[in-house]
Design a protein around this ligand. Structure first.
Ligand code: G
Ligand code: G
Ligand code: MN
Ligand code: NA
Length: 252
């Protein structure tokens, strides 16, 4: 079978679920949110990485159905928890066609209203590539923003966005790609690039979160440079919804 056919079957069989990775405030480890990450375990038990199936779902017109399913899981897992904790937020990854999808937007609006979750508790993560690909992305993003959702640029620094372009995007924050965190202390050019990214973020008034933080020395460096949030194995791996709720309540 092709990957596309397998994705369709996986959707029909309910094989997709969602795990949640805490995002902490670097200065004190407080956790007020996290990122939803899709997982696909096939009937035979084998796991397929989103790195493999998300691009296929995007190419074969299946991504909106998949994102819709992921949003359903997020609210089934965390809806009650979020409604009871208005300062806690969850980040959901959107692909290019999701940003402009009435189906995805409708699902988000409906579920959060049903559960009593504020739009500001939902952070939409889109990659630079997503934002450039989506022709009408800017008006769709503004519409999400006007409704109170928060937007961040994922994998920041791996795309080709110019400063001028970024300054026009209606976003609240950016996620510094893991490659920069990996390069910390290596004395490589990545250090200089990161410095420029961080001063750009400060100029634009954007929140910065660093991904893939694995070592305390990386966290110390990021804190010294004014990065607010961190996500990575140093703090916590992705976990199921129940464990995530317990983690947040233990680190508020
Ligand atoms: O969770 P993991 O490290 O395996 O994710 C690998 C890649 O898949 C990352 O780039 C991540 O952004 C992407 N990804 C994970 N979950 C989702 C999702 O729910 N939707 C989309 N569009 N991408 C996701
Ligand atoms: O591309 P995106 O940032 O959306 O995806 C995050 C991916 O990074 C997830 O697949 C997650 O499992 C992975 N990840 C999160 N923290 C760490 C980390 O500390 N180290 C490594 N190697 N991967 C991580
Ligand atoms: Mn992401
Ligand atoms: Na990323």
């Amino acid at each position: 079978d092709t990957m596309g056919a397998r994705i369709r079957r996986g959707l029909a069989r309910g094989e997709f679920r969602v795990v949640y990775q805490p995002i902490v405030r670097l200065a004190d480890g407080a956790c007020l949110g996290g990122e939803a990450l899709v997982r696909w375990q096939q009937r035979d038990g084998s796991m397929i990485s989103p790195d493999r199936f998300i691009p296929v779902a995007e190419a074969e017109g299946l991504i909106e159905r998949l994102t819709d399913e992921i949003i359903e899981h997020v609210f089934a897992d965390l809806g009650k928890f979020l409604a009871a904790r208005p300062s806690v937020w969850i980040a959901i990854n959107l692909s290019a066609s999701d940003v402009e999808s009435d189906r995805v937007r409708g699902r988000l609006d409906r579920l959060r209203k049903t559960h009593g979750v504020a739009a500001a508790q939902i952070v939409l993560e889109a990659t630079e590539r997503t934002l450039i690909d989506a022709r009408r992305a800017q008006s769709s993003m503004r519409s999400f923003r006007d409704a109170g959702y928060r937007l961040t640029i994922d994998d920041f620094g791996t795309g080709y966005s110019s400063l001028a372009y970024l300054a026009t995007l209606p976003v609240d924050g950016l996620k510094l790609d893991k490659t920069f965190v990996d390069g910390i202390g290596s004395g490589s050019a990545a250090d200089d690039v990161m410095g420029h990214i961080l001063s750009l973020a400060a100029t634009l008034g954007l929140d910065v979160a660093a991904e893939g933080v694995e070592h305390q020395a990386q966290a110390d460096y990021l804190i010294a440079r004014g990065v607010t949030y961190g996500q990575g194995w140093l703090y916590a791996r992705a976990m199921d919804g129940n464990a995530f709720c317990g983690y947040v309540d233990g680190h508020l």
